[in-house]
Write a protein of this length. Structure first.
Length: 192
C-alpha cells in the first residue's frame, strides 16, 4: 500500500477516536446527577410550613337564631379523608362565646366519602344518642350545624349521612328521621 494512503487512514482513525472520546465524556457528564449538599435540602424541608386551607365555620350564638361565620386555617392534606377528619375535629370542639349544638363527649369514629353520590358518611360514637338533649329543634340545629359547615367548605360534598357506632338509626332523639342523607340548608347561615 501506498504510504500516503496509510497516513490518511491513520489520521482518519485518530480523528474518529478523538471525536468518539469527546462525545463519550460529554454524554457521561450530562447523565451524572448533580449532587447537592444534603444538609441544605434537609434544612429546607424542615423549614417549609405546611400548606393551610382557609375554612369558614358557622356557629350559633345567643344573640341570633342564625349561624355566624368564623375564619380558620386548617392544615391541608392531599388525602381528602384526612382533611375531612381534621375539619370535623375542628368543628366539634367547644368554642367560647359560641353555641356548638353537640352532645358532650361526641367523637367522630370514622367517615367515608362516596364520590359517585357526592356523599360524606359520618360515623359518631354512641354519645350522639345517649347524651343528646331532647327536642326537634336541637336535632335540626345539630344536623345543619354539621351538614352546612361541611357542604359550605367542601363543594364536592353535596350530602351528609349520619351513623352512630357504625349503625343506622331512625332518629337521634325521637324527632327527625336520619335514615336518609341530608342536603345543606343555608337558610341557617349568615354569610358576611
Amino acid at each position: 500500500m501506498n504510504k500516503k494512503l496509510i497516513y490518511s487512514l491513520v489520521a482518519i482513525a485518530f480523528v474518529f477516536f478523538i471525536t468518539s472520546l469527546i462525545i463519550f465524556l460529554k454524554s457521561r457528564s450530562s447523565v451524572e446527577p448533580k449532587v447537592e449538599n444534603p444538609s441544605k435540602s434537609v434544612i429546607q424541608t424542615e423549614v417549609d410550613p405546611p400548606q393551610l386551607l382557609k375554612v369558614k365555620i358557622f356557629y350559633f350564638t345567643n344573640k341570633s337564631r342564625y349561624m355566624k361565620p368564623m375564619n380558620y386555617e386548617l392544615e391541608n392534606s392531599p388525602i381528602k379523608i384526612e382533611l375531612y377528619k381534621r375539619f370535623i375535629d375542628l368543628i366539634i370542639q367547644e368554642k367560647e362565646d359560641f353555641i356548638t349544638p353537640l352532645p358532650q363527649g361526641l367523637r367522630l369514629r370514622t367517615l367515608y366519602y362516596i364520590g359517585s353520590k357526592k356523599l360524606l358518611v359520618l360515623d359518631f360514637n354512641e354519645n350522639l344518642v345517649t347524651r343528646f338533649p331532647a327536642g326537634s329543634s336541637s336535632e335540626l340545629e345539630f344536623i345543619y350545624f354539621i351538614v352546612d359547615n361541611i357542604c359550605f367548605n367542601f363543594e364536592e360534598v353535596k350530602m351528609v349521612k349520619f351513623l352512630i357506632s357504625g349503625n343506622e338509626y331512625n332518629t337521634i332523639s325521637g324527632h327527625i328521621d336520619i335514615e336518609n342523607p341530608f342536603y345543606p340548608d343555608y337558610r341557617y347561615l349568615r354569610i358576611n
